[in-house]
Design a protein. Sequence first.
Length: 427
Amino acid sequence: KRYRRVPLPIRKEMDRAEARKLKKPLSTEIRPLNYTFNPVVKSKKNGISFSPWLKKYIEFHNSSIENGRLKDGVQYIVYECTGDEFCGGLGDRVIGIIKTLYLAMLTNRVLLIDAPYPVSLDRILNPSFMAWNASFPETKKKAYMKSQSDLKRHSDALGYRILRTNGVQSFRLTEILHSSLMTKHLKSNGFSSYSASLTISVPKAFHEAFWGLFKFDHSVLLRAEQMKLEARLPRMGSDILPYVGLHHRHGDRAIFETKKVFEMRFVGTKITRQCYNIVKGIFPNDGVLNAAAYMASDSTKVKEIMQKRDPSIHYHKDLQIFHIDRSGIEGTKNKSNITSVLQGVIDAVAEVVILVDSECLVMSKSMFSFLAYYIRGPENRCNVAVQLCDMEAVIRRSNFYLYESGDKYVYDINASDEPKMMRINSQ
């Protein structure tokens, strides 16, 4: 075991003891555009609760769009992923959109999304409460989300494009949410009793933003259910029984091929299996789980080995997942049939849905599994980071973590009287 001092923005996120002393924000329910909620994903029910500042932004966003077009004179910001820039993997892209959403909120701009690569975003994620696919005036102004830059840049421009939101030099979501700009925004909009650094939970902010922006396309939901059946997860009649969602990161091939090698992110299969055994040993006590897991991994060989060692671990044997993080690497573009690319992307997102639907989720140090964690939400769900997995964490179930691409560690931000230090299990 190792210990390290947590950076200031994360210590603020961890300080829930102080946050509890503040007046809690009232969540507000609103209805989305032409709303039919995803019947498969169990992380939400009809009617979604948002923090009041996000609810107010959604109302502003919708009032700024008419007949599928941005109204004249309304300032906007565009998240762009057209294939000319390396946008990262699925988790990197979604968190990039969410960072851009909160940047738009803090600068009173409408968020719009231009992401046709490798397939149009609305083929897998449909607009939910905000029409982010509305048409808008063309703009030549472009910017990167570099942490050294001013969040309020291009303040005089009608609109501009954000070209890249991922990478170690980019603003973290934590930094945006806990910025002085966020504090100023809360005060100017009537939420002066809230301190950004203590009230706004990053996992909760991601969770709300995702459901405010997106709902899974029906093709993704159907594929997820089909994959559960084809993986032979235990069922009772036509119903899939509760299962554990496992994600195991085996390698960093995409990162190596960019020639920019950062902190290694994989863990040994033994660590993943040990965590699964802890979960199996606890959940049967309340009759919820019948010792089964669905495993997602970047290595088919690892999945085969894990199932051989524990037959209760299931996986889909015939997936043709299209790794969109590698699609932006020079030399891999425009070499695949668009139909196979679409199916490969649908399969990838469907695996996220399967992890979201699990009774308990075991995450690796990967934005793929943390995307599932943030989507399902940290509250009242069993979520355990494999590097921090022990009996205490599994019994607690509702674990709060922070992780973004480029982070050296998964940060444990569960409530504590002394949040300055955190435990990291050695890999």
